[in-house]
Ligand binder design. Structure first.
Ligand code: SF4
Ligand code: SF4
Length: 80
């Protein structure tokens, strides 16, 4: 897989970032990710792999602890 662009051949205009402070490590968000890009880290918390994320927001909508933020990209950044 090309690590610079996701499966759609470009970067999405937003991507998910999981807060290490707010995340409880429950793993619920990972069940909703269509890209299976939310992974359990060795320290017990979860992280969303930026280059595979398509920015759908399903993880954010399903996190009970509001631990996920969607980071916006400009159109220019998406094409870099
Ligand atoms: S659902 Fe929220 S609290 Fe649970 S692992 Fe995902 S980001 Fe962390
Ligand atoms: S925004 Fe969508 S693709 Fe990205 S990590 Fe969340 S569920 Fe997965």
């Amino acid at each position: 897989m090309n690590l610079k662009y996701n499966v759609f051949g470009r970067r999405p205009l937003q991507y998910a970032v999981i807060s290490e402070v707010s995340c409880t490590g429950c793993g619920w968000c990972a069940k909703f990710c269509p890209m299976e890009c939310i992974k359990l880290r060795q320290d017990g918390f979860y992280t969303a792999e930026e280059m595979q994320c398509i920015g759908c927001g399903k993880c954010k909508r399903n996190c009970f602890w509001s631990a996920i933020e969607m980071i916006q990209r400009s159109h220019q950044e998406a094409l870099l």
